[in-house]
Design a protein around this ligand. Structure first.
Ligand SMILES: *Cc1c(COP(=O)(O)O)cnc(C)c1O
Length: 473
């Protein structure tokens, strides 16, 4: 046995032999020599490990130059490929956190080339001819759209909440209802963010019921502010009781305390006008009299990742003076995308058609049905031995921890496995270039056209056709 192993080790081709072989000639021309050498070493290491560990690996013919070279080619291509890749989202989850949340529309994208490919007035005041503020580029439009007195932007909403608490409540108490101690995406938890900010959290009420007197009873000399957190990704049903925001605002006024809400998604459009469920808008939150609100740029707003802080001038000014903002500051690529996204909101109708997140959320079933039909016709004749193709009704989700209970009626292209399993099909779609992320339900592969962009439909059809050919041929 040991002797066999030694023979196998010796059978692994040497680096030079591989480099000289015809099999690698083409790839050696296309890629830097360094990368080829690294790939060869990695592949040879893998072979050595396998020979060492796998008792069933006894066939030296698997170690011929041709098959080792094939693995080297695959390795070079894998190493040379960018890690960040375009994927097609066929899941029907619109603000898909793992797939980059909101996608940007054409008008926003067109700003990248001139502004990032050349210099821009990021921190230069063109009128005064001197140093300016990066925040100034979006302050005006944010105030115009929302009616806020003052505005400021940071890296994301987690940073917005953090810097707000650090500025206004460090070493002091923040009162918050137990029913609002939300966790978003596993890494943002209100109690943890609060602790890191140096604020002391005073939880009041119970999970299902919080009364105004619960807040009243704990207000003391150390209280810095009253905090509300939007229950972005969950709801509490049954015997529940909540304090109205307006009541909390009155209580804050009476005690000279700012009332702040982390709105989470922060939408500027009232979705209930379009037959969807009501999500409080940014404008309403400000009209109610909240002193400060924070929300994300890339959830229901449909822009880039950012954290937006709106509200009272004195509070925003205090936050701007905090040294932490330097560490949490918004980058210029984000800023240009955010400014352009906000510009689009000047006309709500245009926003609904040009901001992809809004367009996908409000896309009528009739249009989804037509789109699914188009995809179906492109693949209906795929051989039916490995899977069959149908159309069916289903639901999409907003995602991103927003509107968790809202089901959006959609049309699905459904692939029912025959000889293949749904899991195998899922793997195959993920390995396609570009990878396609599908939904698996009850052992069927579902393609939700709501999140498949128009320009991607053909590619999805091609993937399905190739999968059909692969298994039948
Ligand atoms: C999403 C969310 C956050 C975190 O926002 P990011 O932009 O992801 O940092 C914070 N609070 C609430 C209520 C949220 O919904």
């Amino acid at each position: 046995m040991v002797k066999d192993k030694n023979a196998l080790f010796r059978a692994i081709p040497a680096v030079d032999r591989l480099l000289e072989s015809d099999y690698l000639a083409e790839i050696i021309e296309r890629y830097p020599r360094n990368l080829i050498l690294k790939a060869i070493h990695r592949v040879l290491d893998e072979y050595r490990k396998r020979v060492d560990a796998d008792a069933h690996f006894t066939d030296p013919s698997a170690l011929n130059v041709q098959s080792v070279s094939d693995n080297v080619i695959e390795m070079v291509e894998k190493m040379a490929r960018s890690s960040l890749r375009q994927v097609i989202n066929a899941t029907g989850v619109i603000v898909h956190t793992n797939l980059g949340r909101s996608i940007l529309g054409k008008r926003v994208l067109s700003r990248f080339e001139p502004l990032a490919g050349g210099y821009c007035n990021l921190e230069y005041d063109l009128e005064q001819g001197r140093r300016g503020s990066r925040y100034s580029h979006v302050e005006g439009i944010l105030k115009e759209l929302t009616g806020a007195e003052a505005a400021m932007v940071v890296n994301n909403n987690a940073a917005a909440v953090f810097v707000t608490l650090e500025t206004l409540a460090k070493g002091r108490e923040v009162i918050v209802s137990r029913s609002e101690l939300v966790e978003i995406g596993g890494s943002f938890r209100i109690p943890d963010v609060m602790k890191k900010s140096g604020a002391r959290m005073i939880e009041v009420g119970t999970t299902n019921k919080t009364h105004l007197r619960d807040y009243e009873e704990v207000i003391g000399p150390d209280t810095a502010l009253l905090l509300r957190v939007h229950r972005s990704n969950f709801q509490i049903v049954g015997f529940t009781e909540d304090v109205e925001t307006s009541q909390l605002i009155d209580l804050g006024r009476k005690n000279g305390l700012p009332v702040i809400e982390d709105l989470g998604s922060g939408c500027l459009v009232d979705f209930s006008k379009y037959g969807l469920s009501k999500e409080p808008t940014v404008q309403e939150a400000l009209t109610q009299g909240l002193d400060l609100i924070t929300f994300s740029g890339d959830k229901l707003l449909g822009g880039p990742q950012a954290g937006i802080i709106l509200g009272r001038q004195d509070l925003v000014d205090a936050i701007k003076k905090n040294q932490l903002t330097r560490a949490l500051r918004i980058d210029k690529l984000t800023l240009l995308a955010l400014e352009e996204t906000l510009n689009i909101y000047r006309d709500e109708k245009v926003a609904l058609s040009e901001i992809p997140t809004l367009k996908m959320i409000t896309e009528p079933y009739k249009e989804l049905k037509a789109k699914a039909g188009r995809l179906f016709r492109m693949i209906a004749d795929v051989p039916g031995e490995s899977f069959s193709v149908d159309l069916m009704d289903g639901h999409s989700k907003v995602g991103g921890g927003a509107l968790p209970l809202l089901d959006l009626p959609t049309r699905l292209v459904c692939l029912t496995p025959q000889t293949l399993s749904a899991h195998q099909m899922d793997e195959w779609f993920k390995s396609f270039d570009p990878p396609i992320i599908v939904r698996i339900e009850e052992n069927k592969v579902l393609l939700d056209v709501r999140t498949i962009q128009d320009f991607e439909v053909k590619t999805v059809a091609q993937a399905v056709r190739e999968l059909g050919r692969e298994v039948s041929g």
